[in-house]
Ligand binder design. Structure first.
Ligand code: ATP
Ligand code: MG
Length: 568
């Protein structure tokens, strides 16, 4: 099912909307002007799918010297919240886009949207209908059967004006009446069968308070909001294709500025879900710690995980923009993150599963500071000093008492290099009363300091390490995919998507040791832990002097390698 693989992803991805925009600029449609918008509903946090839309809308504006508005599509008070408004603004800024002074709210247009509804009533194009929701559904018909006209369809204009006014004034109960567009109950497009424009909802709105007792439906409020702002290209996801005739109908009937709606395929990504409804369930049912849990596909989660805005923008560019829905491989996103961090992240040494090493021939109490390279990809990043002493930690996995043939790291009698330090040789293994390895005793060769052996002897492995006395203690969280199924949305097995949650999506290691410079790492700072992957300081749980680290991404694309191996 997956079709985007780092190796085969096209280098110049197609974007048909860019072509439409270029043509429109050339032919002078909309007077050679381009104006897009990003219109989130503040009913959840933004996810990676929204990033695709943000990059597309702001990107087009940039490319064609146009503008992109930022508009909260806040027409449904029941699901919306100020927390979401704030997080959405933070996330768009973080991603690297700026709407300057063009921040709008659909709710600011409520009066105008209402007046336009009155205009439609006066033109005989809208009516108040007293059918309840079930009846409206029943009367609507199906794909194969035409709908039936509402008995209230032919109310007089005066009666409609009066009832609509009283709906606004709060005279009627929720659900007792709606305002509907008078279009065509036998249309082949169900969206055109007298769709609801307004419903009564006696609920306070986070911006307009108790001023409104009726709220416009998305399909009616959206084209009008676009029109008021002078949008030229109204870009939305493919499920709105069938709503386009309605979008056009409202604007044509009102005779106001008419943007062009263009639909593109929404982003779906493997091993995750991208619908706010489902993400909200993950949060509310406690499957994750919140909208910004580092395993969430939200921008807040990815930021906390250590993904960079540049990596996400690059991903959005690489996946291209088309009409056909597909499942983008999450490995492509990870590849983009790795590619960006490889250029930028300082290298440091950290031991996640420690094994103590005592250098028996190293003087007690001595310490020395060795030069370590901060980033081989970036010579300007310079070097730093790392302390070395008699007792060190290495990774437990880097030692085996009885190694198999292919194991080249430390083992009894064997010599390896400690990165930036010395060759060490394992002389003996010390065990506790239960027979578990407690520490290993090694000797070091002072002549190998920071380089090779003068006698030319070679070692087969270089290990990272941390001086025990100088180390900073830390908790490190290793993350894996949130779901075990490539498409948890569409199980085909009649199961709820939560049944595919990965029980091992996080592993917490709480006895990790870091080189001392990391003591002062700031929340959000990212590093490459040599040989282990990219990690960043957690913004929520770190304490001064005791950073908590999140693994952003592994160093190599082990997952893609595994896939390749299994497909052979
Ligand atoms: P969800 O299905 O996650 O609830 P939505 O479409 O209801 O998403 P909105 O807040 O209305 O969420 O979306 C704002 C903009 O982001 C819309 O223009 C929408 O087309 C776009 N968008 C949302 N999800 C995706 C996605 N998966 N891929 C691309 N664009 C998306
Ligand atoms: Mg929506």
């Amino acid at each position: 099912m997956t079709n985007q693989n780092p190796e085969t992803a096209p280098s110049a991805p197609s974007n048909f909307i860019r072509q439409i925009a270029a043509e429109d600029m050339q032919t002078g449609k909309f007077g050679g002007r381009l104006m897009t918008r990003f219109p989130p509903e503040p009913n959840g946090y933004l996810h990676i799918g929204h990033a695709k839309s943000i990059c597309l809308n702001f990107g087009l504006a940039d490319e064609f010297k146009g503008l992109c508005n930022f508009r909260f599509d806040d027409t449904n008070p029941s699901k919306e919240d100020i927390e979401y408004v704030e997080s959405i603004m933070e996330d768009v800024h973080w991603l690297g886009f700026d709407w300057a002074d063009r921040l709008y709210y659909a709710s600011d247009y409520f009066e105008r949207i209402y007046e336009h509804a009155v205009q439609l009533i006066k033109a005989g194009k809208a009516y108040v209908c007293d059918l309840n929701a079930d009846q409206i559904r029943e009367y609507r018909g199906t794909l194969t059967q035409p709908g039936k006209e509402s008995p209230f369809r032919n109310r007089s204009i005066d009666e409609n004006l009066d009832l609509f006014r009283r709906m606004r004034d709060g005279e009627f109960e929720d659900g007792s009446r709606v305002l509907r567009a008078k279009i065509d109950m036998s249309s082949g497009n169900i969206n055109m069968r007298d769709p609801v424009m307004y419903r009564i909802k006696k609920e306070d709105h986070h911006r307009t308070g108790d001023k409104w007792r009726i709220y416009p439906m998305y399909d009616y409020a959206h084209p009008l909001s676009d029109s008021y702002e002078g949008i030229t290209h109204s870009i939305c996801t493919i499920e709105y294709e069938d709503h386009r005739p309605l979008y056009d109908w409202f604007l044509d009937e009102l005779g106001i500025h008419h943007p062009q709606q263009i639909e593109f395929a929404r982003l779906n990504m493997s091993y995750t879900v991208l619908s706010k409804r489902r993400l909200l369930r993950l949060v509310n049912e406690g499957h994750v710690s919140g909208w910004n849990d580092p395993r969430m596909p939200t921008l807040a989660g990815m930021r906390r995980r250590g993904y960079t805005p540049a990596a996400i923008r690059n991903f959005c560019e690489r996946i291209g923009v088309g009409k056909k829905e597909s499942l983008v491989d999450i490995a492509l996103l990870e590849y983009c993150v790795r590619e960006d961090l490889n250029k930028k992240a300082p290298r440091v040494m950290a031991v996640l599963r420690p094994l103590k090493v005592v250098i028996t021939n190293y003087p007690e109490g001595q310490e020395e500071f060795l030069d370590a390279i901060n980033n081989p990809e970036d010579p300007a990043a310079g070097t730093r000093k790392v302390p070395f002493s008699k007792e060190l930690y290495i990774e437990r996995d880097d030692f085996m008492e009885a190694p198999p043939k292919q194991f080249f790291r430390l083992a009894p009698g064997r010599e390896v290099r400690l990165r930036y330090a010395y060759f060490i040789k394992c002389e003996s293994v010390v065990k506790d009363e239960r027979g578990e390895i407690k520490e290993i005793h090694c000797t070091y060769d002072p002549a190998t300091r920071g380089g090779d052996a003068p006698d030319g002897r070679k070692v087969k492995a270089t290990l990272h390490w941390v001086s025990a006395r100088h180390a900073v203690g830390s908790e490190v969280r290793l993350y894996d995919a949130l779901f075990t199924k490539d498409n948890p949305n569409d199980s085909g097995e009649g199961k709820d998507f939560t049944s595919y949650l990965n029980p091992k999506s996080v592993e917490t290691l709480d006895r990790c040791y870091l080189e001392p410079g990391l003591k002062d790492a700031e929340p959000g700072d990212g590093f490459q832990f040599e040989r282990l992957g990219y990690f960043c300081v957690d913004t929520a749980d770190s304490k001064p002097g005791r950073p908590v680290f999140n693994r952003t991404v592994t160093l190599k694309d082990e997952w893609a390698k595994l896939q390749k191996a299994s497909s052979k």
